[in-house]
Design a protein around this ligand. Structure first.
Ligand code: G3H
Ligand code: ZN
Length: 286
């Protein structure tokens, strides 16, 4: 059934567990994430990024409607989240399109501007009944930017600043920069465990990890132990899908039916979803 991110993350955080949140781009992503979550018997979040909306020719509704329909029929709780929103126009479409939550992304801005923009987004979101996440300390690597150095000074989330940011903005959850980078194609990232521990001890909102495709299984598990309650994964699904399709088509140069390669692509994504959910461990049902 369809649920909300707030519901799932609140429950996950209360049990020091984490809910997985996967980027969806195509209908095959929607089907694969739900199939993987059903196989693992775990709740899941489907997230649509602003970049995915651009890919969908600027239209949010067709993919959102499909995701809502799939979520309503799922055997596990499924939430819909609008991710990395920078555009106010897109932000304002969230509730009508069936999203229960948004991530407002002003982390590229200087602190005071990030805070002011986030505060305004929080006021609007809460008036709509939406759960809202924001980011402090930039997690780089979006939009095909050169993959930055996640260990560069300034790239990390400072705990004292984060405490002030959460209090002054009113956000429901905070995305923190603790060593991950978006769009990594190898699982070689390492977490700053000491910083994560300080952030978890300092902040009273659930913490969100972005760029989680770059982490090996043991670091995913350590992130949950360290206090992360929502784990965002995108690139890992594209690696799985594209790799499977490439292999299928390389073996069958004469193939023309799109269902052939989309089937293997979807199956590979389903396995990737199951692997990540298993690495994170269970989210108690109550
Ligand atoms: O918000 C989305 C995630 O941070 C995805 O990052 O594609 O590096 O897994 P990833
Ligand atoms: Zn992200």
């Amino acid at each position: 059934p369809l649920t909300t991110t707030g519901e799932l993350v609140t429950r996950a955080a209360a049990h020091r567990s984490a809910v997985a949140s996967f980027n969806i781009i195509t209908l095959e992503h929607v089907e694969a994430v739900i199939a993987g979550a059903e196989s693992a018997d775990a709740p899941v979040v489907l997230q649509v990024s602003e970049n995915a909306v651009k890919f969908r020719q600027g239209r949010l509704l067709p993919l959102a409607r499909a995701a809502v329909a799939a979520a309503e029929r799922a055997a596990v709780p499924v939430a819909l989240h609008l991710d990395h929103v920078q555009s106010d126009t897109l932000l304002r479409q969230a509730a009508d399109a069936g999203f229960g939550s948004v991530m407002y992304d002003a982390a590229r801005l200087p602190y005071a501007d990030n805070l002011a923009a986030t505060r305004a987004a929080v006021d609007w979101a809460h008036a709509q009944g939406l759960w809202i996440e924001a980011e402090l300390g930039e997690i780089g690597g979006k939009d095909g930017q050169a993959v930055p150095d996640a260990h560069a000074p300034g790239a990390r989330t400072d705990p004292d600043r984060a405490r002030a940011f959460v209090a002054d903005s009113g956000v429901d959850a905070l995305a923190v920069a603790v060593g991950t980078t978006h769009a990594m194609t190898t699982r070689t990232a390492t977490l700053d465990h000491a910083l994560l521990e300080r952030l978890a001890a300092t902040l009273d909102v659930p913490l969100v990890l972005h760029g989680s495709s770059g982490l090996p299984d043991h670091e995913l598990a350590a992130a949950v132990t360290g206090g992360i309650a929502k784990v965002n994964v995108g690139t890992a699904l594209n690696i799985a899908m594209t790799g499977a399709i490439r292999e299928f088509l390389t073996d069958r140069p004469g193939a023309v039916d799109s269902r052939g390669y989309l089937t293997v692509g979807r199956e590979a994504m389903t396995r990737a979803v199951m692997g990540i959910i298993e690495a994170l461990g269970p989210v108690p049902a109550e």
